[in-house]
Design a protein around this ligand. Structure first.
Ligand code: ATP
Ligand code: MG
Length: 429
């Protein structure tokens, strides 16, 4: 048995080959069948002449619909018009699992594609997205390993809000309540006192009530935390990590990237250092471009698009006003109105893919800020403990995997960056 990719390498030209997969397209002219068969590695043309295979197999294939699963034996021949330049001339062609008429045809509404998501994920676009994601993740994992980070496994059921208490998913937990994790950050922070550099890939949950093309209610969060690292060091980790992820994707998935309309050569040029722009500079630039913003305004999708639509490399925006960010960030000694933090914005208008900061180590400041936002102090005692026993300067960040995939794969909507998107409107299938 060979994969379609192996067959398309042409090495077995003139020789017998065996492939199996699903019918992608099929047409028959009575005495000859042209089928395109796909497997997980690609698509290949198969031709079957009447008489070349047993009659009942010929009839079964001729009457089978797309998505039927099949096995093919035949000889590999060149054919300039076939996808990939080769075809299999079948001497055996068997239907393994016939398909009912496939409910997805060429032009379909977004709603139908979401209702039939379990079938739509077979599409070549969705397959390419999943493979590119696989390579991005391998690139990340390798980079962390080469740089002495320890992969850890934080909890998903938590008692505190790490980000925004208005987007917490509350869950009945025996005789009390708990929450689904919005970020593993606090748990990663507690692990740096032994492991020093840690990372984790976990789902994060946020009850995002507005429908946007870049928010899911469940997304995969790649987070890291490191002792002895300041905000500048934190940005260096981000630009190196992201570049390594991109290299892994362009090395392993050039064909898939091209299929999605993304030039892998342009992506592979992205390398450190990324541009750094302060929040104040960003405000000036936005005002010059005619945006109605003033110092203190948040950067939303519109503003981030303005800032990045003409860029080819990601850009860091640093030192946001405190009011716009969570309580745990370190005060900026050069401007106490702001934090030592950064958001990394993807180019071409895609906007934020990573949020990171140096963490506040002064418990008095943390307590003051928690009181200001009305948090129940009892829930944070363990977090404050971390500053009492050998506190160290430290930093970390969270990368949104689907945000990154949306940009890398040039997608219009984040839901296409995950096989089963969860949004306010949908938990089926
Ligand atoms: P935004 O302002 O876009 O809602 P955020 O400030 O809430 O983002 P962080 O809390 O910094 O984001 O989370 C870290 C990263 O996680 C973000 O940079 C983004 O890539 C990703 N992320 C956050 N919320 C979502 C979401 N609802 N769906 C998908 N990815 C998300
Ligand atoms: Mg948010």
């Amino acid at each position: 048995m060979q994969s379609v990719k192996q067959v398309l390498s042409g090495e077995m030209l003139g020789m017998p080959v065996d492939v199996r997969g699903w019918i992608y397209r099929i047409r028959s002219s009575g005495s000859i069948i042209f089928a395109i068969v796909r497997d997980s590695t690609g698509i290949i043309q198969v031709t079957v002449k009447k008489g070349a295979v047993p009659e009942h197999d010929f009839e079964a294939v001729a009457s089978s619909g797309i998505e039927s699963s099949v096995t093919v034996e035949g000889t590999l021949a060149e054919d300039k018009r076939a996808p990939g330049g080769y075809e299999v001339r079948a001497t055996g062609f068997t239907v393994v699992g016939p398909s009912e008429p496939f409910p997805i045809t060429e032009y379909q509404s977004t709603e139908l594609l979401l209702d039939k998501r379990h079938l739509w994920i077979r599409s070549r676009e969705q397959t390419a997205v999943m493979k590119i994601k696989d390579s991005l993740l391998r690139g990340a994992r390798n980079w962390f390993h080469e740089n002495d980070y320890v992969e850890v496994t934080p909890p998903i059921i938590t008692g505190v809000s790490a980000e925004d208490s208005t987007t917490l998913f509350k869950l009945k937990y025996f005789d009390r309540f708990a929450y689904l994790s919005q970020s593993a950050q606090f748990y990663l922070e507690s692990l740096i006192y032994s492991c020093e550099r840690v990372w984790a890939l976990t789902p994060s949950f946020r009850a995002e009530k507005s429908r946007t093309p870049r928010h899911l209610t469940e997304f995969w969060h790649l987070e890291m935390e490191a002792a002895w690292v300041d905000n500048e060091g934190n940005m260096k980790v981000q630009e190196e990590l992201l570049s390594a992820m991109l290299r892994s994707a362009t090395d392993e998935r050039a064909a898939e990237l091209k299929h999605l309309g993304r030039d892998p050569a342009a992506l592979s040029k992205i390398s450190p250092p990324f541009e750094r722009m302060s929040y104040s500079e960003a405000m000036d630039e936005l005002q010059k471009k005619g945006c109605e913003v003033s110092w203190g305004s948040d950067l939303g999708a519109v503003e981030e698009r303005e800032l990045t639509k003409d860029k080819e490399q990601p850009v860091f925006v640093v030192n946001y006003p405190k009011e716009l960010k969570p309580f745990y960030m370190k005060e900026n000694p050069d401007d106490a109105r702001t934090y030592k933090n950064s958001d990394l914005l993807a180019p071409e208008g895609y906007g934020e893919i990573i949020g990171g900061s140096e963490r506040e180590t002064d418990n008095a400041l943390l307590i003051e800020r928690l009181r200001d936002v009305g948090e129940n102090m009892e829930n944070y005692q363990w977090y404050l403990d971390l500053r009492k026993y050998g506190s160290v300067p430290h930093s970390g960040f969270g990368l949104g995997l689907e945000r990154t995939v949306t940009w890398v794969c040039k997608l219009e909507h984040i839901r296409d960056a995950i096989p089963f998107p969860r949004t306010i409107a949908r938990v089926y299938p």
